[in-house]
Write a protein that binds this ligand. Structure first.
Ligand SMILES: [Zn+2]
Length: 293
């Protein structure tokens, strides 16, 4: 198998096992610096030309370079491993699955580059994960946002406005407020900003990111619990993070012009069965691999 298609196959299997799941164990014997944290949700798996990137909801990226002898194997609980566990370079465990990388020549972990998440200039906004966070200050910062046509989805991740809102919760907050993710920040009234941030503050106090407790995050291809329309997922914004939302009921402040975004190809119709988003994506990739030959 050519290296490119092997990487594609491995990435598709990783998506099936890991996407939208909370990590319960991480091991990488050769690494000692920045590590992905247990309890964080795996948000995306990207296959590049000769490497695979796994991205967590706090923007941590694990890049493993792939050679002919390298592989990411995926096992269900109780499966017999095809390789010696002692030789594993990276192990990621989630509920029901474990993914293991063997023979990678290079592992790298870094923060997805997003200048808004690492502001060099300017004071940071209040941290909403703190019980006594100053909500009114965050409201002020939102109301005074310089780029009036920036989307609310982006502003919620801007640490100069507010801190502590992970990608999972920005999706949940916007859904709960029935707000269109591309709403221009300049169109929001003070009361609406306060509603968003108060809700964010409440959610972050009882943060439970298991998929059963989430209303929209990780639910692409499934019906929205409020309106029944099939939920969408798009890449959006400077950091190109995934954004889950419902076009059926998140209509508040819907902009006339949509900003640039990249639709994920998993939105393509897949005629075959399984409705689980990861399975759907997996199938669509199998189909595209088959098409290539
Ligand atoms: Zn809906």
């Amino acid at each position: 198998m050519l290296i490119g298609s092997k990487v594609q196959h491995n990435a598709a299997a990783l998506r099936t096992a890991l996407l939208g799941k909370k990590m319960v164990r991480f091991e990488a014997p050769l690494m000692d610096s920045l590590l992905p944290q247990v309890g964080r949700t795996i948000e995306e798996v990207r296959n590049l030309n000769k490497s695979i990137e796994i991205i967590w909801d706090n923007g941590i990226v694990l890049n493993t370079r792939m050679k002919m002898m390298s592989s990411w194997d995926v096992y269900r609980d109780g499966d017999t491993w095809r390789k010696d566990a002692a030789r594993a370079d990276v192990l990621i465990e989630v509920q029901d699955w474990v993914a293991v990388c063997f023979n990678t020549p290079e592992i790298d972990v870094y923060h997805d580059f997003d200048p808004r998440r690492h502001p060099i200039l300017g004071k940071l906004g209040p941290d909403l994960s703190h019980v006594d966070a100053d909500i009114e200050e965050a409201v002020d910062r939102m109301m005074e946002y310089e780029e009036r046509d920036e989307t609310v989805a982006e502003v919620l991740l801007d640490q100069r406005v507010v801190r502590g809102v992970s990608n999972v919760f920005r999706c949940e907050i916007l859904w709960a407020c029935e707000m269109h993710p591309w709403a221009n920040i300049g169109t929001l009234k003070r009361a609406e900003c306060r509603e968003l941030l108060t809700l964010a503050h409440e959610m972050l106090q009882n943060a439970d990111t298991s998929l059963d407790h989430l209303a929209i995050y990780g639910r692409q291809g499934k019906s929205c619990a409020r309106c029944g329309v099939v939920a969408k997922v798009n890449h959006h914004g400077e950091a190109n993070r995934v954004l889950y939302w419902c076009a059926g009921c998140q209509t508040s402040h819907e902009p006339l012009v949509r900003p640039n975004f990249t639709p994920l190809y998993i939105e393509r119709d897949v005629s075959m069965g399984d409705s689980h988003p990861a399975a759907k994506q997996f199938m669509s990739e199998i189909i595209s691999l088959r098409d290539v030959g």
